[in-house]
Ligand binder design. Structure first.
Ligand SMILES: Cc1ncc(COP(=O)(O)O)c(C=O)c1O
Length: 253
């Protein structure tokens, strides 16, 4: 609940108290107060169409009554469960996600936000490769603001921290809009996939632990890639999985 009375000075004091890098660092400094469906209002009562859906989090529209009712009912039962206990919604959601996810994607790991989800995937990949190798990512990809995902994202303001993050290699993304003149999106997808294959094969002594690609790159472009690209990537990863298999055999000798 907002305090009944606050002054502009209270809000300015709040802004001063926030560590740099938060959204209030950018102009114009819009203070959001309420949202409904695709509309959002600022503290002066101005209504905007929210084309960002608040980083796509309100993807069924803001303040949807079904979400509000479910959150309210759950919070009244039990509002917080730490991660080493089960709860009924947690188990039912995990089982539902495992059912609807394609293929053999049948394990669920709940994360608080996108950066942690990518970071968890990277941890799994590093844990399962012996020795851990570089992570391959797409140019202009954005994966988040945790230490590892910052290192994987490009361009990023905090390049100074690169030396502290797992080594990363970058290959071009098949973004059709930026394809060289005269090259069709499909040809561009094939060329970018070839570049991925070459990058994996070029890591002779230190095979990559993972190729991390988010089908819609978010801040790196809001468009998905030609469909063929995803199949190329799947095929390349399957074809070159001998790299990691051979390494595991070598490690057990
Ligand atoms: C493609 C992509 N990956 C990861 C993230 C990081 O998600 P979060 O901000 O929830 O940590 C974002 C956020 O914008 C994103 O667009």
């Amino acid at each position: 609940m907002l305090p009944a009375v606050y002054t502009d000075a209270d809000l300015e004091a709040g802004r001063e108290a926030i560590l740099g890098g938060w959204s209030t660092g950018s102009e114009p400094k819009i203070i959001l107060t309420r949202a409904s469906k695709s509309s959002i209002w600022d503290a002066d009562g101005r209504e905007y169409l929210d084309f960002t859906s608040q980083a796509w989090s309100n993807n069924i529209g803001a303040s949807d009554p079904r979400v509000l009712d479910a959150a309210d009912a759950q919070a009244r039962q039990i509002s917080h469960v730490r991660s080493n206990y089960d709860s009924i919604p947690l188990l039912l959601l995990a089982s539902r996600l495992a059912q609807i996810a394609p293929g053999n994607l049948n394990k669920v790991s709940f994360c608080l936000h996108g950066s942690l989800a990518v970071e968890s995937a990277v941890k799994l990949a590093l844990k399962n490769s012996n020795p851990a190798g570089p992570i391959i990512v797409l140019h202009d990809s954005y994966h988040g603001r945790s230490l590892t995902t910052m290192g994987m994202s490009w361009p990023h303001m905090e390049r100074a921290l690169d030396s502290l993050t797992p080594p990363v290699m970058r290959v071009r993304q098949p973004y059709a809009y930026r394809a060289p003149a005269g090259v069709t999106p499909q040809e561009w997808a094939a060329r970018c996939a070839d570049e991925l294959r070459s990058a994996i094969l070029a890591c002779k002594s230190n095979r990559p632990s993972a190729f991390v690609m988010e089908p819609v790159q978010g801040n790196g472009t809001q468009l998905d890639f030609p469909r063929e690209y995803y199949q190329y990537v799947r095929d390349i990863c399957t074809e070159l999985s001998w790299c990691s298999a051979r390494r595991q055999v070598a490690a057990t000798r």
